[in-house]
Write a protein of this length. Structure first.
Length: 123
């Protein structure tokens, strides 16, 4: 199912899916639900990273004993889920995700400019 997809296309796909599912399922009218669910997904992403790093030795941590490939699959799924829920928030609030990213990234680059002295590929 791999295809070249812009952020705007992904957002349009999510909007179409949520419209097809209907308001009772989508939860678009419940901002607290959207944010809470997004935070839950980011928590799952954090657990995936912790398990992948395997520096935490809690005896009952879910997924810690999985193989590296399985841990990477969980990480990939968690990133995808988090992205979906961010897009869902954008749909609910009519925010263009691509524009939001571009504006934020420009601010980040200005705030933290690249110092060529510390780049690994500089000569």
């Amino acid at each position: 199912m791999k295809r070249d997809l812009t952020i705007q296309q992904a957002q349009a796909d999510v909007a179409g899916y949520l419209t097809a599912k209907g308001p009772a399922w989508s939860g678009l009218e419940k901002p607290y639900y959207l944010v809470t669910h997004s935070v839950e997904e980011v928590g799952e992403l954090a657990r995936a990273v912790i398990n992948l790093e395997a520096k935490v030795t809690e005896p009952r941590r879910r997924g810690l004993e999985a193989r590296s490939a399985e841990k990477l699959a969980v990480l990939r799924d968690s990133i995808g889920d988090s992205f979906y829920h961010l897009l869902k928030l954008c749909v609910a609030y009519r925010v263009d995700m691509q524009e939001a990213f571009e504006l934020s990234f420009e601010t980040i680059k200005k705030k933290y400019p690249v110092d060529r002295r510390f780049r690994s590929d500089s000569r």
